[in-house]
Design a protein around this ligand. Structure first.
Ligand code: S3P
Length: 445
């Protein structure tokens, strides 16, 4: 059963100018996918730049449990000896995906069309999150799922012995659901079609093609129509994982609000399905230069030069939400230091992340003296150009909530404590050292 160690409180104090280079770790979404597709290819996939956060390590362990050989050769350098589409073995143990919604949902998809049974669990955060959004479409392939009330983990999936291909319109903007259906479609005969009304991150589509699957994307009246031809032989690849724009968001936003800062963040992905935060920050008046634009690991990347900036509140268009869904917590921190209101609508998906992120941000910001409004689908932060701080904020086992409030503390008037910084290790284990290296005043306790 997944556990969680003792809480590790951390405190951030008003910091001097942040200066230097921020080397961001590998992209979490791409790291999960590289391990899973590597395990479904025939032969050896080599990965460099893999994120070694706990979420991804849990997916590596899951792939071993299904029979792939997953080996670490050095920092970020891994190989996966895959068993081929349809080649998974039945795991002997419960699959513990820790804190990772992406891990559990993608692995469920990958095994759903193999004739084997697997039981999944996770930590206290993951056991509260809805799995029905994945098991409903998997049922169309013939997969059966037995979980707790409300489709919660622990949950047992009985893979379809005789899967049929599926045509499915994803009811909410979710790359996890889209990807779970595509991964399940790999071992179904014929064509599996996934339709998404709003485009979400496209790493699965890019990588499936890279591994040799036949996949097309058309734009029609219904939205994006993704068609995958089942039962391909996936060919092992060399995957260079680009740096994670969602992790880069923390030093970037810290540099914008800590007076006198000037930092360089090299090689950040500018994939248009991930760059909504950066578009929004520019609209707020952020001084960010995108230098040396190029392609790395199949993704467009740039070096970001970020200087502290006077910011103005903006209205974020709801249709931008899928391209910045993980960045609303840190945007709401930046918004508190801006002049005027920042209006974030169409964000109800934030309520089913590692925590209810609208509630977690609203309570912590209020405790730090920030005025705001919220409803089910909206967060409005009334920026005053300054934040009093001086509070302890609850992180609810959520790495992005912890990092957001620590960034807030670097620019607030009084120190800000988070009740538990340990979840940061799920996505950005080097966060504290990296921020301290730039000059942030961060300490345990
Ligand atoms: C992810 C998709 C998003 C995002 C998560 C990573 C992925 O979740 O919040 O951090 O890698 O597919 P949803 O698909 O639930 O929106």
């Amino acid at each position: 059963m997944s556990g969680h160690g003792p809480a590790q409180p951390m405190t951030a104090r008003r910091s001097g100018p942040l200066k230097g280079r921020a080397e961001i770790p590998g992209d979490k979404s791409i790291s999960h996918r590289a391990l899973i597709l590597g395990a479904m290819a025939v032969g050896e996939t080599q990965i460099t730049g893999l994120l070694e956060g706990q979420d991804v390590l849990d997916t590596a362990k899951a792939m071993r449990a299904f029979g792939a050989e997953v080996i670490q050769h050095g920092p970020g350098a891994w190989s996966v000896h895959g068993v081929g589409v349809g080649g998974f073995a039945e795991p002997a143990e419960v699959i513990d995906c820790g804190n990772s919604g992406t891990g559990v949902r993608l692995v469920m998809g990958a095994m759903a069309t193999s004739p084997l049974t697997a039981t999944f669990t996770g930590d206290g955060s993951l056991r509260k999150r809805p799995m029905g959004r994945v098991t409903d479409p998997l049922a169309l392939f013939g997969t059966r799922a037995y979980g707790r009330k409300g489709g919660r983990l622990p949950m047992t999936l009985v893979g379809a012995a005789d899967p049929v291909p599926v045509r499915y319109t994803v009811p909410m903007p979710s790359a996890q659901v889209k990807s779970a259906v595509l991964l399940a479609g790999l071992n179904a005969p014929g064509q599996t079609v996934v339709i998404e009304r709003e485009a979400t991150r496209d790493h699965s589509e890019r990588m499936l093609r890279g591994f040799g699957a036949e996949l097309t994307v058309e734009t029609g009246a219904e939205g994006q129509i993704i068609t995958l031809t089942g039962q391909p032989e996936l060919r092992p690849q060399t995957v260079a994982v680009p740096r994670d724009p969602s992790s880069a968001a923390f030093p970037v936003c810290a540099a914008l609000i800590v007076e006198g800062s000037d930092i360089l963040v090299p090689g950040v992905s500018r994939n248009p399905t991930r760059d909504g935060l950066y578009v929004t920050l520019l609209e707020m008046g952020a001084d960010i230069a995108f230098e040396n634009e190029r392609e790395e690991g199949g993704e467009p990347v740039a070096d970001l030069r970020v200087r502290a900036s006077a910011l103005t509140g903006v209205e974020v268009p709801p249709e931008r939400a899928p391209s910045m869904i993980d960045e609303y917590p840190i945007l709401s921190v930046v918004a508190a230091f801006a002049e005027g209101s920042t209006v974030m609508r169409g964000v109800k998906e934030l309520r089913v992340k590692e925590s209810d992120r609208i509630d977690a941000m609203a309570r912590g910001l209020e405790a730090c003296g920030v005025r705001l409004e919220e409803d089910e689908d909206t967060l409005i932060v009334h920026g005053m150009g300054r934040v009093p701080g001086g509070a302890t904020c609850a992180t609810h086992l959520d790495h992005r909530i912890a990092m957001s409030f620590l960034v807030l503390g670097m620019a607030a008037e009084a120190p800000v404590t988070v009740d538990d910084g340990s979840p940061i290790a799920t996505s950005f284990p080097a966060f504290t050292d990296l921020m301290a290296g730039l000059g942030a005043d961060l300490a345990a306790g």
